[in-house]
Design a protein around this ligand. Structure first.
Ligand SMILES: [Zn+2]
Length: 467
């Protein structure tokens, strides 16, 4: 049974919504419509997924400003950074300029406390390359070019995340933090074995000096790793053109992995870096205040890709966090899962008809009666998908941390693809609660959510949670 005392009921929101609609009014909506007790407040990002108004080109929801902020959205730290915390890093992120001097944590702390609502700060690993110090910390790809992502083995990057957490938790009265890092290792990136990435095998990262140094320390042969990824790139480009290896597409791929175990080793290295950052973020938050709740956002590809699932061991993640927010976005999940199947079906599984490939993948993932591939984008994934994924997470963490369901509330989809209805949100929330979730977080940002959908989640919560 779900317990209303300990359950987190959160809504993700960016600073702009509080400026546009007023702090008290937005918190009223969160409490009244969503039955929320937590605001997951995007405090740091340069991305539009978690901050800013509705995505450019997408219809506005039924609240907030109806004017696009495309021209002045920038991102950064929506609270006020205190320079003394950032002495150990060359990365200097200023206060986000898009909303003037508005400090979202200062604005929210008092009103949230008065209502007994918790504030969890969302920090997202999304950057602009012109931010001071960033260009020197960028990853290096297979061809030696700078990428636009930051290397998690670069000491300046590590120091920045620790500093941001320490600064925020010490300077403000907040209840917790949540780190959003949706990045994957080079093997998955090379294959495009995800829902959103293009297949760009030459762009795999990272081969910067810090990455290479760590590889050498672990005894991984750097030259062999590069050679392996170069051959993988040749294989992928040929597969995309339909040039079938004489033993078939899958065997061609498997043989490369056997010949170059360094391909997998380099992929694991990325995960090692990511997990070390999680450890450091956790330690930094707890060092300021032991009660600070630390959570990690677990990205969508974790539910689609069996290989990726293998790299995200819930039991291992559970000891680094107080809670994991599991993405179980079911409406946009339809088109995303279909993209994933088409991506892997264009390379290593190219010998398998796509519909068959999806059916087999469904079995591997323990999905039940989902729509056929050509209907999937229009149908979305079912609430049963939400139930199964939350049940898996709950079992996986073995009671070592909480699991919170990331519920899809109007995450934009392509034309013709599923658009969330209040009934969908109700059913998804109910499914997550039935699976034993320790909470829910309405995602991704309030500025794209319809009020009726928020209400749908609230209805499921009020019906389920023990009074
Ligand atoms: Zn690197």
């Amino acid at each position: 049974m779900n317990n209303s005392e300990t359950m987190m009921v959160g809504v993700q929101a960016g600073a702009v919504s509080f400026v546009d609609e007023g702090v008290e009014k937005v918190l009223d909506i969160f409490q009244q419509k969503a039955a929320a007790n937590t605001v997951v407040l995007t405090t740091f990002t340069h991305g539009r997924g978690l901050a800013g108004r509705q995505m450019p080109g997408v219809k506005f929801p039924d609240h907030g400003s109806m004017e696009s902020d495309e021209a002045n959205f920038y991102g950064g730290n929506y609270a006020t950074p205190h320079p003394e915390y950032y002495k150990d890093t060359i990365i200097k992120v200023p206060h986000a300029p898009d909303l003037g001097k508005f400090d979202v944590l200062e604005a929210l702390a008092g009103p949230a406390k008065k209502r007994n609502m918790k504030v969890i700060c969302g920090f997202e690993d999304q950057w602009r390359t012109e931010v001071p110090g960033v260009s020197e910390c960028l990853e290096v790809d297979l061809m030696g070019r700078r990428a636009n992502t930051l290397c998690l083995f670069n000491p300046n990057v590590r120091a920045f995340w620790r500093a941001l957490v320490t600064d925020t938790v010490r300077s403000y009265d907040v209840d917790g933090i949540m780190l959003f890092n949706e990045r994957n290792g080079p093997l998955l990136n090379a294959l495009g074995a995800s829902h959103f990435q293009a297949i760009e095998p030459g762009k795999v990262t990272c081969f910067c000096e810090f990455h290479v140094a760590e590889a050498k320390r672990l005894g991984i042969d750097v030259a062999r790793a590069k050679e392996g990824y170069s051959k993988l790139a040749v294989y992928i480009r040929a597969s995309l053109k339909g040039q079938r290896p004489s033993d078939g597409y899958y065997v061609g791929f498997e043989r490369l992995l056997l010949e170059y175990p360094e391909i997998v080793a380099w992929d694991r290295l990325f995960d090692k870096g990511k997990h070390e950052v999680l450890n450091e973020v956790y330690a930094a938050a707890k060092a300021v205040r032991k009660e600070t709740q630390v959570g990690f956002h677990i990205e969508h590809v974790n539910s689609f890709n069996p290989f990726f699932r293998a790299t995200r061991d819930y039991a291992e993640l559970a000891v680094k966090a107080d809670f994991l927010k599991i993405v179980v976005y079911n409406n946009c999940g339809g088109e995303r899962y279909a993209n994933f199947i088409r991506n892997i079906g264009s390379t290593l599984f190219r010998d398998v008809p796509l519909e068959e490939l999806m059916r087999m993948n469904n079995r591997l993932l323990n999905y039940s009666n989902e729509a056929a591939l050509d209907q999937l984008a229009t149908a979305g994934l079912s609430s049963d998908y939400v139930f199964r994924e939350m049940q898996r997470a709950k079992a996986g963490v073995e009671g070592k941390c909480g699991v919170v369901a990331g519920i899809d509330v109007n995450i934009p989809t392509s034309e013709g693809s599923r658009k969330a209805s209040p009934e969908d949100t109700y059913a998804a929330t109910l499914a997550a609660l039935k699976a034993g979730s320790d909470g829910i977080v309405l995602s991704r940002k309030y500025s794209e959510m319809m009020l009726g959908n928020i209400e749908g989640a609230g209805r499921a919560l009020r019906e389920t949670i023990k009074k």
